[in-house]
Design a protein around this ligand. Structure first.
Ligand code: PEP
Ligand code: MG
Length: 583
């Protein structure tokens, strides 16, 4: 039966394909059907897997009972009884015989249906049994698939990944050739999972809530990254609708790409700098292909996250990545942000004793300033790579002037060290900071005197201004770019930057949303740094409006006292001005 579930749209686009369900261990069912004349041998395979699993379970039961007592042994006895239940076996066999399902698919579909029924009955005892059911599924799949089990980074064909949650390093290591989209039960709009999905330019939906019991590996699913939907086992009519949407999206993308070589200039002649945000060196090309003026944010923490299996990256790893990007971008600016990691995401570092509040803990530049060896290594690499292009350095999460000064001092020291070693680097490399902590906005008069440029990080600024964890699903409805308090912080940042003659861009997610483009220009923003795939769309808005009308829109917006009115108003304005056009 078709099932439609709503989550949070974090990366646009549509994907149709086979599900890979990553419950605990990431099993992938390679084929769902067998030939009609192979069903009996499929049943034999299943029988033998059940026999082997029973043997394993009996052995576990006996050793557990011996070592820890009967109570623990009974856990495995319960699994054994479920596994040998004749009704369950009858259902497996029926699916194989009647529908020509592969043994793996029959096992997965049946057990997940059981788990789903248990879940819906909302009985505490049954809810606990769901894990037992998954455990049995895992054991059988393991035996049936043998070596055919695939990990997320060793895929051999295209899949849509459905998971409970994905860690930043899992997402950073996804096989980019074969993962065509993903959906997670947990997660919020500002998390790194969302950022990676955009970097990979694949549709993604997060925060769907518990749904993995509804779906089996190999099921056909549709991910609608625009509406935040996942459709499991779509019927033919729905498939048709989505195939059509895919075609249409492709046509629009081709049309928007025609804007590539046109300037990002408003109808009244004001030029806007349009930069791209990247996480991986390979994305630099995507920025160029879409006509970006440079890179406004290179999130280098992904070098660390991708390297977790090999350990901490070396200076050479850093250098190679930065040199690649610098060379690809040529004379266009590349803004390298020093690493913005939380201690929880880099397990090799000593763990702080109490990190119950990671967003307020040892993350980002604070971590850099406490681990100066790591920080110096990265600064050396950036400076060394600066001879190959037009690099700039940007420090994240600066909250106090002392932090900024300390970071700049270290940079000066590293520059001196390289000079003494005779290593060439750009002596005038520009140094900037992210404005993403409200304290930085309040003190911006001072900061602006000590940096060459500023970049507003709304993803964090919203989180800290509104006290809403950007990746917590429970408070997602309180997280709004268009909150009037947030807009006042943005407006003030732009004003102060202008007063000091310092360029300011906005590189948070907000600048990638066409809904806000007119408002931001009206507030005086002249530099946008956006996800590469949104470059053409944002350029289209810029080219369709005048600064005069943007100012009027901003003025009106600043009279509203709540986000709802602001959003509604901006929606109407966007429709009137831009969406009424042909794209
Ligand atoms: C931001 O906070 O807006 C930002 C661009 O940085 P990140 O999302 O990497 O924290
Ligand atoms: Mg940030």
């Amino acid at each position: 039966m078709m099932k439609k579930l709503q989550g949070i749209a974090v990366s646009p686009g549509i994907a149709i394909g086979e599900a890979m369900v990553l419950s605990n261990e990431g099993f992938r069912i390679p084929k769902r059907f067998v030939l009609r004349d192979a069903t009996e041998s499929e049943i034999k395979r299943l029988k033998s897997a059940i026999a082997d699993a029973s043997e394993e379970l009996a052995a576990n039961r006996d050793s557990m009972t011996k070592e820890l007592g009967r109570k623990y042994g009974d856990i495995f006895e319960a699994h054994l009884q479920i596994l040998n239940d004749s009704k369950l076996y009858g259902e497996f066999v029926e699916l194989i015989r009647e529908k020509a399902y592969s043994a793996e698919y029959a096992v997965s579909v049946t057990l997940r249906r059981y788990a789903d029924v248990f879940r819906r009955l909302r009985n505490a005892w049954l809810t606990e049994r769901i894990n037992d059911i998954f455990d049995i599924e895992k054991r059988l799949l393991h035996l049936l698939l043998g070596k055919a089990r695939e990990g997320l980074n060793q895929l051999t064909s295209e899949v849509l990944v459905l998971a409970s949650g994905l860690t930043p390093s899992e997402t950073a290591n996804l096989n980019r050739e074969f993962v065509r989209g993903f959906v997670t039960e947990t997660g919020g709009p500002g998390g790194h999972t969302a950022i990676v999905a955009q970097a990979l330019e694949i549709p993604a939906v997060v925060g769907v809530g518990s749904f993995l019991t509804d779906v089996s590996g190999g099921d056909i699913v549709i991910i609608d990254g625009d509406a935040g939907l996942i459709i499991i086992r779509p019927d033919e009519g729905t498939l048709e609708v989505y195939r059509h949407k895919l075609e249409r999206a492709h046509e629009i993308a081709v049309k928007l790409l025609e804007l590539r070589d046109l300037e990002a200039v408003t109808m009244d002649g004001v030029t806007i700098n349009l930069y791209g945000n990247i996480e991986f060196p390979s994305e630099a090309v995507h920025c160029l292909e879409r006509g970006a003026d440079g890179i406004g944010l290179y999130r280098t923490e992904f070098i660390y996250l991708s390297a977790t299996s090999r350990g901490i990256p070396t200076e050479k790893d850093h250098f190679n990545a930065y040199k690649t990007v610098a060379k690809v971008m040529g004379d266009k600016v590349v803004t390298i942000r020093t690493f913005d990691l939380g201690a929880d995401k880099l397990p090799q570092l000593p763990n702080p004793t109490d990190e119950r509040n990671p967003a307020l803990g040892l993350r980002s530049v604070r971590l850099s300033l406490k681990n100066t060896n790591l920080f110096r290594q990265q600064l050396r690499a950036i400076l060394r790579a600066s001879q190959y292009g037009k690099l700039r350095i940007m420090f994240p999460l600066i909250a106090t002037l002392l932090e900024l000064r300390q970071a700049k001092m270290l940079l000066a020291d590293v520059r001196e060290e390289l000079y003494e070693e005779g290593v060439p680097c750009d002596p005038n490399i520009q140094v900037g900071m992210m404005v993403e902590v409200p304290a930085a906005v309040i003190m911006l008069d001072h900061f602006a005197k000590e940096v060459d440029f500023l970049s507003i990080g709304t993803n964090d600024l919203i989180q800290y201004a509104l006290a809403v964890d950007r990746s917590n699903l429970d408070v997602v409805d309180l997280y709004h770019s268009e909150d009037p308090a947030v807009l006042k912080l943005i407006r003030r940042t732009i004003e102060v930057a202008d007063q000091h003659g310092k360029p300011v861009s906005l590189c948070g997610q907000m600048s990638s949303d066409p809904l806000f483009a007119m408002l931001l220009m009206g507030l005086g923003l002249r530099q946008f740094s956006v996800s590469p795939h949104t470059l053409p769309e944002i350029k289209q808005v810029i080219r369709s409006v005048t600064i005069t009308e943007c100012r009027k829109i901003a003025e009106k917006v600043m009279t509203f006292d709540n986000h709802r009115e602001i959003r509604n108003y901006l929606r109407i304005k966007l429709l009137e001005r831009v969406r009424g056009d042909d794209v």
